[in-house]
Design a protein around this ligand. Structure first.
Ligand code: UDP
Length: 366
């Protein structure tokens, strides 16, 4: 099988590459600008790495030559950082919609199956979040179902929703190509995937504001308070990258069974509020390092406006129905939140534990 992967060295891409190349009959041509997460794979005989941007016309022509020979085009390339959706809306629209248009079109021209990683954020806020306070909610007001749930995004001035809207429009473009021109597709909506190599740890691996778990892990390692936006009431289902890759592999390995569907990929057993996530991370650090100081690591509250700037609005909850996905893919997420957090702490403690200990000792001396 010959597979093209855009964004192959991102968080999801690096894990997918490992699993694809572990299959004896798979060749991968991977596209990315950055190679840091895949350095151990670069010499693999069945990987061709193209360190290039697929937004340049010359590179697009090159990509099209790859695609014309391919059994699958897996399009992961995206900008996925909530702090940029309202502060860099043009970049968000380009990276998540306009840059995808030629890729969708080339898959359609060649009839090559397209696997697109969209986002659980396409659903926006739940119906239940608009119900009067105190109303008992029906399941359809909270449970996100890939086939039936409407998508509720806020007003244009709330630019948080540029990402959801751009991803949704890419989904609609793919579906329109399927409808009009027979493009075979699989659309995956990731629900808060985390694990080793996620985003980057601010202050340790880069600068900026990544997603919530790298923010929290970095804060703990650097001895800074974890910051809870708007009280940490928002709820998310936290999904292990390994469960996520299992689902992607199931789709890629048996396209004849799984094409032309939308998939919610997440683990409903791991639903937590962001406050609970911060508290559970403290426990995981104490458990994995044997250091009790982590049990009362500080947590502070901050408003969404102060943290993200104007135009931020939050998704209240992302709990989904995956019965259709489980039945179709014979896929069952295995990793509990505790197992996921233990793996994450273990991975980052091996890299940054020494500097965390030194900072803690200096704090005590001061
Ligand atoms: N959040 C937080 N502290 C942080 C970063 C994020 O409390 O340092 C909150 C954010 O407001 C949201 C949730 O955590 O309610 C998840 O945010 P994330 O950036 O991971 O992405 P999202 O799931 O909203 O796409």
């Amino acid at each position: 099988m010959n597979i093209i992967v855009t964004g192959c060295a991102g968080f999801i891409g690096s894990h997918l590459l490992e699993r694809l190349l572990a299959q004896p009959d798979v060749r991968v041509t991977g596209w990315d600008l950055d190679d840091r997460r895949i350095i151990p794979l670069l010499d693999h005989p069945r990987l061709t790495f193209r360190q290039a941007s697929y937004t340049e016309p010359a590179a697009l022509a090159w990509l099209e030559q790859d695609v014309a020979q391919a059994d699958w085009l897996v399009h992961l390339g995206a900008v996925c950082q909530p702090a940029r959706y309202n502060t860099e809306p043009l970049l968000t629209i380009h990276a998540n919609f306009l840059d995808s248009v030629p890729i969708v079109e080339m898959a359609s021209r060649h009839g090559v199956p397209l696997l697109f990683t969209s986002t659980s954020e396409v659903y926006g806020r739940t119906l239940g979040s608009y119900a009067p306070a105190g109303q008992v909610l029906a399941p359809h007001q909270t449970l996100l179902d890939a086939a039936t749930t409407p998508m509720l995004l806020g007003p244009i001035q709330h630019q948080r929703w540029t990402y959801a809207c751009a991803k949704q429009l890419t989904e609609r473009l793919i579906y329109a190509h399927h409808h009009d021109r027979g493009l075979p597709f699989a659309i995956v909506r990731p629900f808060n995937f985390f694990g080793p190599r996620m985003d980057y740890l601010p202050g340790l691996e880069g600068e900026g504001t990544p997603r919530v778990l790298p923010m929290f892990v970095s804060a703990v390692l650097r001895g800074e308070p974890m910051q809870l936006v708007d009280g940490g009431h928002a709820r998310r289902t936290i999904t292990s990258i390994h469960d996520a890759i299992d689902a992607l592999m199931a789709i890629i390995e048996r396209p004849q069974a799984f094409l032309n569907h939308f998939y919610n990929i997440g683990n409903p057993a791991n639903e937590v509020s962001m406050r609970e996530l911060a508290e559970q991370l403290r426990l995981a650090f104490a458990r994995m390092t044997g250091e009790a100081r982590f049990l009362d690591h500080p947590i502070e509250e901050v408003s969404g406006g102060a943290f993200y700037g104007p135009g931020y609005e939050d998704c209240d909850r992302r709990i989904m129905d995956i019965t259709q996905e489980q039945a179709r893919l014979a896929w069952f997420p295995q990793h509990s939140l505790q197992a996921l957090l233990d793996e994450v702490v273990d991975y980052y403690w091996a890299r940054f534990g020494d500097s965390s200990r030194r900072a803690a000792t200096e704090d005590v001396r001061a």
